[in-house]
Design a protein around this ligand. Structure first.
Ligand code: ADP
Ligand code: ASP
Ligand code: MG
Length: 404
């Protein structure tokens, strides 16, 4: 069977009119002889609304119930797509994760797909139906509904492509593909034609919302080629594939940024073994992800300062955990919510010296102060004041000639 997976994101199914448009896209593949499997997100805004409701009910909303609640949006969009395809004369049915079933493991809110039972969907395809599968959701071994993290419909699409052995996996979204940076932030961002899994994974993990990071890990592990394109305009998009398949003379492929970081500094921490572990253990036990970490060399051999970043949503909880932790003695706790992380990403930096200098120099020329730096083989991140973010992106985009 010539199976194709077509995934539609929130804005692609954001209104009834949009749903009518994407139903036509599905039909166009059917007419080309493909057997489409459609994955849909919730209509844009729906998931956010549901999350807000859970927060208004309780600031400690049960995670299992959270998944039941926030997965509800996909049920609406899937039935509307199936309904439109029926209207156009095609057999089509919506499928929730538990009906297939799509089996997941891991924590509620952040589960991962481990298996998709194929029989019912294959039977449906054989009978000429177009299955519309709810993205973002599955069930766990206790038969409870789970979700896959924000943006998780991307992972649903990749895993469907894997389990159903699809010939193609197309992610339809509201931009024309993956750009050198968010095209809604920088007007002269350029569309990238081909990008490696590694670079896309870094770009996504460092804030490029266009693909969910977990989904790129799944694609890379299973060697699933992805095409990201617009459901609004008919134009070529971006291919995400193995590094081997691509030639590039660009050192830096793209720039990502986040806007929801917070910086925490502990001043005057006792400089002795086990302190960093004592600070970070309770955070890890509470599923708080610590990102950049810097610890200064102690000037007097007794005390040091420790700085780290977290998501700003976790700030209150983090402050509470640190203050009640009797194992850490410090003089002062300083927090800053007005920070953003800007990162440059590219496999080209492995073989090119001087990339960090160029980055720091470009920022310095614009008078942008760097608060924290972190690097890996293919990325350099800096933390800057939030007010400098657009200036920083523009300066780096120019410095590495990404607009060319
Ligand atoms: P969907 O609902 O289709 O899943 P998302 O909102 O999750 O769409 O992702 C698309 C958005 O990602 C775009 O509207 C764009 O603003 C944002 N984005 C951030 N970084 C990038 C990038 N480098 N390339 C393309 N889009 C990006
Ligand atoms: N609807 C979910 C979300 O908003 C999943 C997705 O859009 O991929 O996070
Ligand atoms: Mg998305």
């Amino acid at each position: 069977m010539k199976i194709i997976v077509l995934k539609f994101g929130g804005s692609s199914v954001g209104t009834v009119e949009r749903i009518k448009k994407i139903a036509n896209i599905v039909v166009s593949y059917r007419k080309k002889g493909y057997k489409p499997i459609v994955i849909s997100s919730a209509m844009s805004g729906t998931t956010n609304d549901l999350i807000k409701k859970s927060a208004a009910i309780s600031n400690n909303f049960n995670s299992a119930e959270y998944d039941v609640l926030v997965s509800a949006g996909e049920q609406i969009s899937c039935s509307l797509i199936a309904g439109r395809l029926n209207h156009l004369g095609y057999k089509s049915q919506s499928w929730m994760g538990w009906q297939i079933p799509i089996l997941t493991e891991g924590m509620y809110k952040y589960s991962r797909i481990i298996k998709i039972y194929k029989k019912k969907i294959i039977d449906s395809l054989r009978s000429g139906e177009i299955p519309i599968i709810a993205g973002f959701q599955g069930v766990n071994s206790n038969n409870r509904i789970t979700t896959l993290g924000r943006g998780g419909s991307d992972a649903s699409a990749i895993m469907c492509a894997k389990f159903f052995n699809a010939q193609k996996c197309i992610i339809y979204t509201d931009v024309e593909g993956v750009y050198t940076t968010d095209p809604n932030t920088l007007r002269n961002a350029k569309k990238i034609k081909v990008i490696s899994y590694e670079e896309m994974l870094e770009m996504a993990s460092l804030g490029a919302k266009v693909m969910q990071p977990t989904s790129i890990q799944d694609a890379r592990l299973n060697r699933i080629d992805i095409e990201v394109k617009s459901s609004f305009v008919k134009k070529g998009g971006t291919k995400i594939t193995k590094r081997k398949n691509l030639i590039s003379n660009k050192i830096i492929r793209g720039i990502s940024f986040t806007k929801n970081d917070a910086k925490v500094t502990l001043i005057g921490v006792k400089d002795k073994p086990g302190i960093a572990a004592a600070v970070f253990k309770p955070l890890s036990n509470n599923a708080i992800n610590v990102d950049m970490v810097v610890q200064n060399i102690s000037a007097n051999g007794k005390e040091t300062d420790l700085t780290f970043t977290i998501k700003s949503d976790d700030l209150i909880k983090t402050q509470r955990l640190i203050k009640k932790n009797k194992k850490i003695i410090f003089r002062e706790l300083i927090v800053d919510k007005n920070v953003s992380k800007v990162s440059i990403i590219g496999v080209g930096m492995i073989a090119t010296p001087g990339v960090s200098y160029r980055m720091f120099h470009a920022l310095a020329k614009k008078n942008i102060n760097i608060l924290v730096i972190s690097t890996s083989e293919i990325k350099i991140s800096v933390l800057v004041n939030k007010k400098n973010i657009s200036k920083a992106i523009l300066a780096l985009h120019k410095e590495f000639k990404l607009d060319k």
